[in-house]
Structure formats: structure tokens, C-alpha cells
Design a binder for this molecule. Structure first.
Ligand code: SAH
Length: 512
């Protein structure tokens, strides 16, 4: 009798951290990258799911205050079932799995079922809020202990599990989870059990995310102030003498674009650089991809050129996308051998394109001082005799003709080969974003090319576009894009001085 090899399933109970996707652990990310199924709930940062392989199953079990999509026993059974089917399962949980997350119960269920499991800790919300709102939970001068308390229980209940006596008398820092709906009652209990009304207190909402808000006061005032500010879950109540330190230490909220909400309209693949730069400065970035890159209609010429790069003296790249697609195909067609690039020299039209080339460990021999086609021709003419020069330009299916035309006029033999094509796209939440734009809830919207303008106008409709053009600042990457914006009746309030992502970000930062 032959025995089938049995694949053993395992569940990794992983802490996702409090919100900022950068706060997951290295081990947690490794688990996500290698899983066959991920079971996640509401607080986990959605962009973390980008790390999960496309083939993996994604199961939302939605834990939102009061609204459970699956009950806990069902979640436990689901985990057991997936693992028994031989899958590597990640149970992704907000913050740390063992702090008010019922991760303990899930681990118990797995242990009882004899399913293999591991626990990967995460940054719990209290630590995230402490760091990002500038309140060290302990401090030699102010607090020598810290207590995490659930605010979920009704504190007026007689048989409360919370040791109010101790919390009231001690001088340490207190952090209440799940308590924003009961701030009055929680503060009342602390006052009743001996804490002074002047004890500093803070509420931190959406800690570690660009939308983080912090409200401060005292035990006597914080409930009122939080209510007035419209604080909602998820939020923490932090009580103790360390709260005022945030006047000096609130680094996160002091970054130049903190509190600004910015819409980015590039294609999904291109948005990341702009997004990262804006987020690093503290902005909340909302992506509105309007185009998507897809393979060209025919790849025959592309693949043929990729196999015969020795036919060319120069390769000219006019976008990072072209570099990525083209270089990947060259390697694919030549068994991954980098020597396929041979002796052809490489020109890149701007710094982002150059970086893309360099990521493939290839050297850029020429980059014009300004990022326009005409300058490439002029720069090339300085080092080469253009007559008879063999040039390959891998690029978008539809693009400006200036570069190949000028080169041909000078006698060069130019092959223009499409490596990708753009098609219109629209985010799933397009309607919500348009609503926010119309309500004036977005500070700035960015455009990085004429085609992003055209595609965006097509996605939202001309009328809408004209309506919110006055309500939000429009940021343009340069004069060509600005002209297109004006053609649609929108006047850019911000225009980059050098026509790069970096320049655009600098211009947004300068505009207050
Ligand atoms: N296991 C989680 C806590 C789950 S209980 C952890 O370790 O952080 C859910 C509560 O956590 C929320 O009601 C809120 O009080 C707190 N919380 C989670 N994320 C938060 C965030 N980004 N900002 C403020 N509070 C948060």
C-alpha cells in the first residue's frame, strides 16, 4: 500500500501592529509572504494584504465593535479546518494578538485540536500611541509602571473584574482599550477611587496612521473634550503624568504635511513613489488610479528585439515602466543572463528612469539635464555621430513622436517598440472619493501627466471635475500638465518647478 505524503498545516497567529503598515514585525511579514490563506479582521491595515501571494485565500472575519461577521467559535473552527486541509494559515490580528485580541482563545482552540501553531507578537495599540503621540508610557521622573485595562466592561457593574482600588491609588500610567464609548464612567471610577481631577489624560484616535488625532485634558475634562472633538473607535484613553510630555515629543503630528489629505491619480504601479514621499512627510494619501498598464497588443517585435540587442548601439528609455517591463522581458528571453544587454549603451530621460535602469545593475551612459525628448537628442549628438546610429526605444504603445522623429532626421536608424499599453481604470471606491472632493474634505489632488488629467476627468465626469476644481488645491507636475488642466477649466494652485515626483512633492510642501 502506498502512503500519500501528507502536508502539514500550520496557523501563524500574527500581530499586524496598530495601523502603520511599517510596524509589523519582520517575522510577521515573512509569514504573510509565505501563506496559503489569511484570515483577517477589521483593524488590520489592508495594505498589509498586498504582501500575501495572489494565489492565497483571503478571508475577512470582520471584527468591528459590535458587528462580528463570524462569531469567535466559528473563527476558531475555520482556523482548524484550514490547517487540517494542509494550508499555511496566517491569522492576522490588529496590534498584538495576546492583548485584548482573543488571540489567546484562538491559540487554545488550536492547541485543543492538536493543530500546529505559532504566535508572532505585534506592536500593541498602547505602544503605537505612546510612540506616535509622544507620550512615553514610563519615565524616570513621572511613571514607574503602566497598566493596560479593558474599557469594554461596564465599570458601574458590581462584579467588575477591574481592580479600581489599585488603579485609583497607584501613580502609574493607565491605558484603556475599547473605552471611548464610556469615557465618563471610566474617569468617574478613577476619581472615585482616589485619582485627582487634575491628573493629565489624553485620547488617541487612529494611532500611528496619518489620520491620528490626539485630544488632551484632565480626568475631569477629557470625556467632554473627546466628545466635542467627535472621537470614535478605535481610540485609547491614556492617563498619567506622562501625558504633557507630548508638548515636546509629538514628532509624528509635527511633520510638514500632517493632517493633509491628498489624492494621487497615477496608475497603480506608478503611484508608490509619490505615495511614499507624501506619507513620509505626514500626509494621508488616497489613491485614485485612473490607468492601468497592460501588455501591448502584440509582443512579437518586443520579444524579437529582446533576443537581438546586439543589433543596437543605444537603448533609450523614457519611463521607469518601460525599463521594468523591457528589462524583465530581455532576461526572460535570454535565460536570465544579464549579458544579453551586450554592448548597447543606455540613455535614461530622467532620474526615476535612471534609478529603474540601475536597479537592474545596468549603467546609464547618458541622462539629459532636462527631462524632455529634445534634450536627449542634443546630448546624444555631443558624444555620437547620429548618422547610421542604431537606436532602440522601448516605450508605451502611444507616446509623443518627437524623439524618434528627431533622431531619424539626423540619420539614426530607430526602432520604436511598444512594451506596454495603458487602459482606463477606476478605483472601487471612486464614488466615495468624489463625494469627499465635492464636500471639500480633500486638500490637494495631484496630476503627474496630461493623460492622468484626461483619464481622471473621464472617470469622474467633466461636470463633477469642474465643480470640485474650486474646492481642492490642484497640484500639477509641470506646464504641459497644467495646460491640460486649464483646458478642462481647472487652475492648478501648485506647479512643480522641476518636472519630477520629487519636484512635485517639494511644491506641495512649500504651499501651505
Ligand atoms: N489586539 C489589539 C487590541 C484589540 S482591542 C492591540 O494589541 O492593539 C481593540 C481596541 O484597541 C480599540 O477599541 C482601541 O481601543 C484599540 N486600538 C486598536 N488600534 C488602535 C489605534 N490605531 N489607535 C487607537 N486605538 C487602537
Amino acid at each position: 500500500m502506498t502512503r500519500q505524503k501528507q502536508q502539514h498545516g500550520v496557523v501563524h497567529i500574527v500581530g499586524a501592529g496598530p495601523g502603520d503598515p511599517g510596524l509589523i514585525t519582520v517575522r510577521g511579514l515573512e509569514c504573510l509572504r509565505a501563506c496559503d490563506a489569511v484570515v483577517y479582521d477589521h483593524l488590520a491595515q489592508p495594505s498589509l494584504l498586498d504582501a500575501v501571494p495572489a494565489s492565497a485565500e483571503r478571508i475577512y472575519v470582520g471584527k468591528q465593535a459590535g458587528r462580528h461577521t463570524l462569531r469567535q467559535p466559528e473563527i476558531n473552527r475555520l482556523l482548524v479546518r484550514l490547517a487540517r486541509a494542509g494550508k499555511r494559515v496566517v491569522r492576522l490580528k490588529g496590534g498584538d494578538p495576546f492583548i485584548f485580541g482573543r488571540g489567546g482563545e484562538e491559540a487554545e482552540a488550536l492547541a485543543a485540536a492538536g493543530v500546529a501553531y505559532e504566535v508572532v507578537p505585534g506592536v500593541t495599540a498602547a505602544l503605537g500611541a505612546s510612540a506616535y503621540a509622544g507620550m512615553p508610557l514610563t519615565h524616570r521622573d513621572f511613571a514607574s509602571s503602566v497598566t493596560f485595562v479593558t474599557g469594554h466592561e461596564d465599570p458601574t457593574q458590581n462584579e467588575s473584574d477591574i481592580p479600581w482600588e489599585m488603579l485609583g491609588r497607584g501613580g502609574g500610567t493607565l491605558v484603556f482599550y475599547m473605552g471611548v464609548g464610556r469615557l465618563d464612567a471610566l474617569c468617574g471610577q478613577l476619581l472615585l477611587h482616589g485619582r485627582a481631577g487634575t491628573t493629565p489624560a489624553a485620547v488617541v484616535e487612529w494611532a500611528t496612521l496619518p489620520r491620528q488625532r490626539t485630544v488632551t485634558g484632565t480626568l475631569a475634562t477629557i470625556a467632554q473634550r473627546a466628545k466635542k472633538a467627535g472621537i470614535h473607535p478605535p481610540a485609547l484613553l491614556i492617563v498619567g503624568a506622562i501625558v504633557p510630555l507630548r508638548k515636546k515629543l509629538a514628532w509624528f503630528e509635527k511633520r510638514p504635511l500632517f493632517g493633509r489629505r491628498i489624492v494621487v491619480t497615477r496608475s497603480r504601479t506608478q503611484a508608490s513613489e509619490l505615495r511614499e514621499r507624501l506619507e513620509r512627510l505626514g500626509a494621508e494619501v488616497i489613491e485614485f488610479p485612473t490607468i492601468r498598464l497592460v501588455p501591448p497588443r502584440s509582443e512579437r517585435r518586443l520579444r524579437d528585439a529582446a533576443r537581438h540587442l546586439n543589433r543596437y548601439d543605444w537603448l533609450i528609455f523614457t519611463s521607469a515602466n518601460a525599463v521594468e517591463r523591457f528589462c524583465a522581458i530581455v532576461l526572460e528571453e535570454n535565460g536570465g543572463d544579464i549579458r544579453a544587454f551586450g554592448r548597447a549603451r543606455i540613455a535614461a530621460i530622467g532620474p526615476a528612469t535612471r534609478q529603474a535602469v540601475e536597479r537592474f545593475r545596468l549603467a546609464v551612459a547618458l541622462q539629459p539635464a532636462r527631462y524632455v525628448a529634445e534634450e536627449v537628442v542634443a546630448a546624444l549628438a555631443k558624444t555620437e555621430i547620429l548618422d547610421g546610429l542604431r537606436v532602440l526605444i522601448p516605450r508605451a504603445e502611444v507616446a509623443r513622436e518627437v524623439l524618434p522623429e528627431r533622431l531619424r532626421k539626423a540619420g539614426a536608424r530607430v526602432d520604436v517598440i511598444p512594451v506596454y499599453r495603458t487602459v482606463p481604470d477606476k478605483p472601487v471606491n471612486a464614488r466615495e472619493i468624489v463625494k469627499e472632493l465635492l464636500a471639500g474634505k480633500i486638500d490637494t489632488i495631484t496630476f503627474t501627466s496630461s493623460s492622468t488629467v484626461e483619464n481622471f476627468v473621464r472617470a469622474v465626469g467633466r461636470k463633477n471635475f469642474a465643480r470640485f476644481a474650486g474646492k481642492t488645491k490642484i497640484a500639477s507636475i509641470g506646464p504641459v500638465t497644467s495646460k491640460t488642466l486649464r483646458d478642462y477649466g481647472a487652475c492648478p494652485a501648485i506647479e512643480a518647478r522641476d518636472y519630477t515626483i520629487e519636484g512635485l512633492v517639494r511644491a506641495i510642501k512649500a504651499q501651505r
